[in-house]
Design a protein around this ligand. Structure first.
Ligand code: TQI
Ligand code: ZN
Ligand code: ZN
Length: 169
């Protein structure tokens, strides 16, 4: 079953659009950016919130970046596997990914040559759930279930994820 953060923080009632931006220092390619767009679209399909990329990083509601090790927020990354990414509860908007992972942005992660390959969209869909206010779910099929194996792709929202997010928005 889905859960929320303590005190159930959420984006303000009536929010119809949230903007997101990529840390310009990362210089991400379009292929990578399209993976995030696809992950956001999965949540906008089941809520009244649309997500729009903006070039003005400073003004964006959601700020996405890849970092290694200690990156200044008290939650250092740990190298290959372990913690893959973290996102904060509403309305913080910070969404950080561990640069050390072998991120797979397209194709079939189950066929990736690297045994520690991590599917970027799977992690993005999960972290966006946190950004919107969902905690973890006890339902194994749910995107918000707290474990995923490497070389696994899980990007489809389960009924449990949809029930949870529709409680908030
Ligand atoms: N990162 C953890 C996560 O996103 C960080 C975390 C732990 C967390 N507890 C939290 C974030 C409570 C918000 C609220 O769950 S992770 C998965 C999963 C991670 C894990 O790198 O371990 C995914 C990131 F669920 F598959 F294990 C993405 Cl999909
Ligand atoms: Zn961080
Ligand atoms: Zn999580």
């Amino acid at each position: 079953h889905y859960s929320f953060f303590p005190e159930e923080p959420r984006w303000p009632a009536g929010t119809t659009e949230l903007t997101y931006a990529f840390d310009p220092e990362n210089g991400l390619d379009d292929k990578t950016k399209r993976v995030f767009a696809s992950a956001f679209a999965r949540w906008s399909e089941v809520t009244t919130i649309n997500f729009r990329e903006t070039a003005s990083y400073g003004d964006a509601d959601i700020k996405i970046g890849f970092y290694s090790g200690d990156h200044g927020d008290g939650e250092p990354f740990d190298g290959v596997l372990g913690t893959l990414a973290h996102a904060f509860s509403p309305t913080n908007g910070r969404f950080h990914l561990d640069k050390a992972e072998d991120w797979v942005a397209t194709g079939d992660v189950t066929e990736a040559a690297l045994s520690n390959a991590v599917d970027l969209e799977s992690v993005a869909v999960h972290e966006i759930g946190h950004l919107l206010g969902l905690g973890h779910s006890s339902v194994e099929e749910a995107i918000m279930y707290p474990t995923i194996s490497s070389r696994t792709r899980k990007v489809q929202l389960a009924g449990d994820d949809i029930d949870g997010i529709q409680q908030l928005y």
